[in-house]
Design a protein around this ligand. Structure first.
Ligand code: FAD
Ligand code: SF4
Length: 502
């Protein structure tokens, strides 16, 4: 064998840089299912099945393109269970003159490769629109890199949603103010996503996961995730035609019994590189009937947030993972694994997670993440829970979003202020409070909403740190209206909540 081309589980792109100069006659692809990747953190069974089924389908796609693949199955007797030992084993067996791999998304995996006795050639990852080097240059130019500046630079660089004079289409960079509608008392009609019924390969994987990962969290039944590029493209087409037009308006809305609403549900195929970010945004821009607030909002998530958090991750690791600016030390509440809580909003969001390995952004940020931050849970533990429970979770995207954006553990690198809110926010954006035994307006008493109690307690507890933050001026002005007696009672009630749930 001339080149051994290693393809990791989240690098399923047949046109990636790993295949530059690939010679089918002399080169060999190595794909590995290793137990360590399914067990270093407990994992949702749908997530394990999604990765394995996608990898096996990708193997067949490569073979159909005439490339030779050495595929190591998880239950093979000689499988050593770790990337580094499997690569070394393949190097001993096939004696390649060179081993090639695209730079891994995870810092942990990159470290493993760095320590291999026979170092591979690491190729840069062309999946992303902003390379690590470009982001480093951007960060060096800005004292405090923020999403908005980065996003504008990405719009200019790609020309997406820019007019010929180099100005943003519609005269503004951002239409967020139009993207905060809730459903009120109306019942939205939501077009269903195209079905992805398991074929023979996926069915075999589902059997394997059911037998081997019986103790892992999450429901396996009803598996319906896109496991090939073709299926992912069909999901993209349906999203663009049917749900994107209302994506902007209802981007932040929540609704009982509805996990997906008008979201794209494309983070999995994007993170496994079955879809490319540019093609996804270009597909969206082709639907000329979509309002600008939806197009801009969707574009910002993909060329803005997604690239920005990756840049921060690679710029800040490994220290980033240890950040805990707010000294939050509580463990994750146990009900996050079961959904057994009287708090309707949390029961609903955790239920979606258990059923589908999915919750949309606002459920992740303003329900699941918000409660953990207000309570004072260790940020890395919140990240670990996210890694366990979501189909799309990979370290480079989960860590900055969870530890940074949702827990403010990084002290303001990803977001300039904590996403702190009371139950009133959830009441405004969902129908959950109407079905809940708590009252979002109350912070004291038997029926006080735990979010609201913990919100005032959070502002009070971190007064020194945030009182001078101009973006939190109104929040602190409202806190100032509370007298000492009320604050004492809130503190006592907040301590009681923490004791009851952890
Ligand atoms: P849509 O709402 O349809 O958005 C379109 C696409 O934009 C997504 O598919 C995704 O690729 C991208 N995107 C949107 N927001 C972000 C963001 N903040 N960061 C990066 N990309 C974004 N996303 C993951 O892919 N993996 C994770 O592990 C993950 N963990 C998260 C944890 C927390 C606490 C929070 C607040 C967010 C997290 N996100 C994560 C970001 C975002 O919530 C998901 O990408 C999104 O909910 C996926 O659903 P969707 O495909 O329907 O997204
Ligand atoms: Fe959630 Fe509070 Fe509303 Fe209940 S009242 S659903 S706990 S925000």
């Amino acid at each position: 064998v001339r080149h051994l081309v290693v393809v990791l589980g989240d690098q399923l792109d047949a046109d990636s840089t790993a295949f530059n100069g690939f010679d089918p006659a002399r080169d060999l692809v190595l794909q590995m299912e290793v137990i360590e990747e399914t067990s270093y953190i407990p994992q949702h069974r749908k997530r394990i099945a999604y990765f394995l089924a996608s990898m096996r389908h990708f193997r067949d796609e490569l073979i159909a393109r005439g490339r030779r693949v050495h595929y190591v199955h998880i239950d093979e007797q000689d499988n050593t269970g770790r990337f580094e030992t499997e690569i070394a084993r393949a190097q001993r067996r096939f004696r390649p003159s060179r081993t090639i791999v695209v730079e891994p998304g995870d810092w942990r995996v990159a470290e493993k490769l760095r320590r291999l006795p026979q170092m591979p050639e690491i190729r840069s990852d062309s999946h992303f629109l902003c390379s690590r080097e470009e982001f480093a240059a951007f960060a060096a130019q800005h004292h405090r890199p923020v999403l908005e500046t980065f996003y504008r630079a990405m719009r200019r660089k790609t020309g997406l949603l820019m007019d010929i004079a180099g100005r943003p289409v519609g005269g503004a960079w951002n239409f967020d103010a139009e993207n905060r509608k809730s459903f009120g008392r109306t019942s939205p009609s939501i077009p269903p996503r195209p079905a992805c019924p398991p074929d023979a390969i996926t069915t075999e994987v589902l059997r394997l996961v059911a037998a081997r990962f019986a103790d892992s969290p999450g429901k396996l039944d009803g598996f319906d995730l896109p496991v090939t590029r073709t299926q992912a493209l069909a999901q993209l087409d349906a999203f663009v035609a049917e749900r994107l037009p209302r994506f902007g308006d209802y981007q932040d809305a929540m609704r009982s019994g509805e996990a997906f609403l008008y979201h794209s549900v494309l983070s999995g195929p994007l993170n496994l590189h079955q879809l490319r970010p540019l093609e996804v945004v270009q597909a969206a821009l082709q639907n000329t009937t979509v309002p600008l607030n939806a197009l801009e909002g969707f574009t910002r998530q993909i060329i803005g947030w997604r690239e920005f958090v990756r840049g921060i991750y690679w710029q800040r690791m490994p220290h980033y993972a240890e950040a805990n600016t707010l000294d939050a030390e509580l463990p994750m509440p146990k009900f996050y694994w079961t959904g057994e809580t009287d708090m309707r909003c949390l029961a609903e969001a955790i239920g979606h997670t258990i059923d589908y390995a999915y919750a949309h952004h606002i459920e992740r940020l303003m329900v699941l993440g918000l409660f953990a931050m207000l309570l004072g849970v260790r940020p890395y533990d919140v990240h670990r829970w996210h890694m366990s429970m979501f189909w799309d979770a990979v370290d480079w995207v989960s860590l900055p979003n969870t530890l940074g954006m949702s827990q403010h553990g990084d002290g303001g690198i990803v977001g300039t202020k904590p996403y702190a809110a009371s139950g009133n926010y959830i009441h405004r954006m969902s129908d959950h409070c109407r079905h809940c035994r708590f009252d979002p307006k109350k912070s004291i008493g038997e029926d006080a909403c735990p979010f609201t109690t913990l919100y005032w307690n959070f502002l009070d507890k971190h007064r020194k740190r945030f009182v001078a933050n101009v973006r939190m001026k109104n929040q602190y002005a409202n806190l100032a209206r509370k007298d000492a007696g009320e604050l004492r009672t809130i503190r006592r009630q907040a301590a009681g909540i923490a004791e009851a749930v952890t």
